[in-house]
Design a protein around this ligand. Sequence first.
Ligand SMILES: [Zn+2]
Length: 345
Amino acid sequence: MNAIQAKLEAIRNQYMEALVKADGSESLQALRVRYLGKKGELTQLLRSLGGLPPEERPMAGQALNELRQEVEASLERQAVLLAHAEDEAMEASDRLDVTLPPRGRGWGAFHPVVQTMNEIIDIFVGMGFSVAYGPEIEDDFHNFEALNIPPHHPARDMQDTFYLNSGKLLRTHTSPVEVRSMLKWGAPLRIIIPGKVYRRDSDQTHSPMFHQLEGLLIDEDVSLADLKGCLNTFVGAIFGRPLDSRFRASHFPFTEPSLEMDVECFACSGRNPACRICKGTGWLEILGCGMTHPNVLRYGGIDPDRYNGFAWGMGPDRVAMLKYGLTDLRVLFEGHGSFLTGGGY
Ligand SMILES: [Zn+2]
């Protein structure tokens, strides 16, 4: 074996040893540079062939080329093997077991207030009422003036109002929709108005945003007896059985006369002095109502000499509290998942 053959053999052994240790595409690239690069060992050896005696050159050149080809081929083969191994390692660490059962999600449910509102709406729709909606940003005319609440009327203080910079306001009740509906449709009229209302008020039993659902019936020859019959039918339907009711004199600017309606406690009928729902009184305040004030009809473009009507308003939040036995209104608005999905609070 001549000197050049010995040298090639040494390089080959050294290369093979390094190749076995190469553990990634970067170390393979380093090997390629080290042996086949411009200054690589085999490249330099090729350049030195010119210094050999002419008779030795062909054989040395051939041996050198064979080694170059061997190095190239083995580098490529090793690159494929390493890439495959890297893929397998990634698949193993990142594996999806498609046979696992899904974790699933709980079923959603309607919010208690929405459930209650839908029930109330269903009952009145069954009595021939239509549902009317209106804007939550209102003007003074629809929210106050047309409802017989002139400037400086004390009812404006009772309804501590959120005013906007534009001079408009967040409606303090759903009654502006009565005005809008009278102006739009005239008489006769039979509507219920569900919606959100806003007042500057917040404690255990008051929220700055809450819901109202009010109704308005306008026709010829409407009497208090019609009002009582309509509302008694409603409370019997919402609490699941006919209940006694009583009406107390009250005052609202937009009705005359004005009444508060109480119903017999659906839980104890007045027989349990320790009842949590009626606090032992046997009665539940349920809504305010009355015969529509002639001024309100006039503002709505309806002739009070020909038509009259009645209106009532209630808080579906309060009805939901009564139905579900809640003591703090705020749970209805705080969005706790366990409460909303029936897990209690
Ligand atoms: Zn009771």
